[in-house]
Design a protein around this ligand. Structure first.
Ligand code: HEC
Ligand code: HEC
Length: 317
């Protein structure tokens, strides 16, 4: 428990309201500290190279051409995945190789990283075993030094968050009741809690010193990315935003996620995201077509994004 959660919990003891408890995110698991000692020799050089790429993915010489937006891995895996929060890389490598229901094949860590390139970075997959690909996997693996290997037969996910990601139990019931009011409330909350950094137009602010990444539009993640999904973004927000002081209730996280997810962003089409086979090596998947738009990400849950945006009246049921 961090200090805020402890305070919150003790407030709960005093007032004892169950309704308030339902608002709280589940406490973060105890995540060990990131290692501080780099391995010797060439291996250590690869860890540092991977670290450099993870923090500077869109500008690094080895990866900038593979990135199609203004994000770095560190934009979502905070502090290069060292931050002990949802999205951390500490522990991640212990669950790989892991079965992935999305590709219906067993994924290696390099492969899983490539999926974030193609979706979250709106880019293209690095060729497996190139220097950049090995370096990133080496760095991510180093962050699990000393932790026991425990291959995951169900999903390629950080073991500390197997049951936390997406909080299906609480997000899905809330999504079922979403209306235009939630969108409008999300818009208001975005102005209060997010806009200072990510700006009213969602394009963020990138100067010499400030790096606030875009949260929608052409320079953001595409509609195939985890965070583009209205059912997935709320959980990530609960633990990570506003940066440095995440304080959203579950309902606020859902409303903001509805508003942010309803904004335009690049469509995802697997066939367009893949390099020609001869340039890419093997794309390890049994699923070879997949397309998403903002509209389809909402339609999946029976929601009409045009109605939420106020561009269309709800049809009479
Ligand atoms: C826009 C946000 C975003 C960016 C940018 C991003 N990721 Fe991810 N990444 C996610 C989310 C969300 C998940 C987990 C959920 C899922 O499986 O969809 C994830 C999962 C992963 C995982 C699987 C294990 C785990 O911890 O759950 C790895 C490894 C990973 N990302 C690596 C990377 C690397 C390397 C980069 C940079 C090339 C990157 N990601 C960029 C959002 C992002
Ligand atoms: C104090 C500034 C600040 C505030 C306030 C803030 N963010 Fe962020 N946000 C950041 C920074 C900086 C990053 C990238 C992380 C990094 O580089 O360490 C980020 C990353 C993100 C990302 C993932 C990367 C991307 O650009 O898509 C999303 C989504 C996001 N923020 C949404 C929100 C939402 C929604 C709110 C309001 C609830 C919010 N943020 C409030 C600074 C902020």
């Amino acid at each position: 428990m961090n200090i805020k959660q402890t305070l919150f919990a003790s407030t709960l003891c005093v007032f004892g309201t169950a309704a308030m408890a339902a608002e709280l995110p589940a406490p973060l698991p105890n995540i060990p500290d990131a290692p501080t000692v780099y391995p010797a020799g060439e291996l250590g050089r690869m860890v540092r190279l991977g670290e450099d790429i993870i923090y500077n993915t869109n500008t690094h010489e080895l990866t900038k051409d593979l990135v199609g937006n203004d994000l770095t891995c560190s934009s979502c895996h905070l502090d290069g995945g060292k931050e002990p929060t949802l999205g951390t890389f500490i522990g991640t490598a212990t669950s790989f190789p892991a079965y992935s229901p999305r590709e219906k094949t067993v994924q290696t860590l390099q492969n899983r990283i490539n999926n974030c390139f193609m979706r979250s970075m709106n880019g293209t997959r690095p060729i497996i075993d190139t220097e950049a690909s090995v370096a990133m996997a080496t760095y991510v693996t180093w962050l699990s030094s000393g932790l026991p290997i425990n291959l995951n037969p169900k999903k390629p996910v950080n073991p500390f968050f197997t049951d936390v990601w997406w909080g299906k139990k609480w997000v899905l019931p809330m999504l079922k009741t979403v209306t235009r009011e939630n969108y409008k409330n999300g818009e208001k909350l975005y102005a209060e809690k997010c806009q200072d950094c990510h700006q009213a137009d969602g394009q963020g602010l990138q100067t010499e010193d400030l790096k606030f990444p875009p949260v929608w539009g052409d320079r953001s993640f595409n509609t195939g990315a985890g965070l583009s999904k209205p059912e997935k973004l709320p959980t990530w927000l609960l633990y990570n935003m506003p940066l440095g002081d995440p304080d959203l209730t579950k309902q606020q996280a859902v409303d903001i996620a509805i508003y942010v997810s309803a904004q335009p962003r690049p469509d995802f089409d697997l066939n367009k995201a893949l390099f020609p086979r001869e340039q890419m090596g093997v794309y390890n998947s049994k699923v070879l077509t997949e397309k998403h738009t903002v509209r389809s990400n909402f339609a999946k849950w029976g929601l009409d994004v045009d109605v939420l945006r106020g561009e269309k009246k709800a049809s009479a049921q």
